[in-house]
Design a protein around this ligand. Structure first.
Ligand code: NI
Ligand code: MN
Length: 227
């Protein structure tokens, strides 16, 4: 059994077997955040890319808890230089941890870290396949639709967390095609509310997903499902 909890915008906590990890921990400054960065207890922090609405409080959480940042090698290097414990991986690579396994997937999106007027290269944006207690979650991160989601689907996805906000990522129409490619048991739409440019109606999207025969759960900030 695995619990997926929405903490607001694209931030999720996955918990199983007494372990928790946090994905894209944008909490400080997130209008939809349900808790502060100092309130989470996790075994690892998984940022999908360097944009502020995803990378967020990665460094603060990892340093406070002494837990690793698991990310693509370039972003992990940035975190290591900031004093964090890190595990650098890259697209296609999988690795086992105490809490489960993590595999990095491609994502069609940009990634850079902007500090003051300096822009630092932090590798490509990625998605994550996280398996805990036998349940596999595909967290797409920020991405456009891509046909190789079929290959990700072949791995057996139980829960797919997919952006539907359009403008910066897939919109609802492309996300429906993603569901077709991924064939997950449960779909959770994400990245559709925190900013004006990405506002979408998740209920309308959910109705379309259900027509395809998959279960769609709209998780408001603070809400959770167990899969
Ligand atoms: Ni982004
Ligand atoms: Mn984003």
């Amino acid at each position: 059994m695995l619990t997926v909890r929405s903490l607001g915008h694209a931030c999720y906590m996955l918990s199983a077997g007494g372990f928790s990890v946090i994905l894209d921990p944008f909490l400080s400054g997130n209008p939809d955040a349900v808790c502060g960065a100092d309130e989470v207890t996790v075994k690892a922090v998984l940022p999908s890319h360097g944009h502020g609405d995803h990378f967020g409080d990665t460094i603060a959480i990892a340093k406070r808890l002494g837990c690793p940042v698991i990310a693509c090698a370039e972003l992990a290097g940035y975190c290591a230089r900031a004093g964090c414990k890190t595990v650098g991986m890259h697209i296609g690579g999988q690795r086992g941890f105490e809490f489960g396994t993590v595999k990095l997937t491609q994502a069609w999106h940009g990634s850079a870290m902007t500090v003051g007027d300096k822009v630092e290269y932090v590798g490509p944006a990625v998605g994550f396949l996280v398996t805990m207690d036998g349940v596999t979650v595909y967290f797409a991160g920020d991405t456009g639709l891509f046909g190789d989601m079929r290959l990700i689907g072949d791995e057996g996805v139980d829960v797919a967390i997919l952006p539907i906000g359009d403008n910066y990522t897939m919109g609802p129409k492309d996300a429906l095609r993603a569901v077709e490619f991924l064939r997950p048991k449960v779909v959770i739409p994400t990245h559709y509310h925190a900013f004006e440019a990405i506002r979408q109606d998740p209920g309308a999207f959910a109705a379309e997903v259900e027509k395809q025969g998959a279960r769609c759960v709209v998780l408001g900030p603070g809400e959770a499902i167990t899969a």
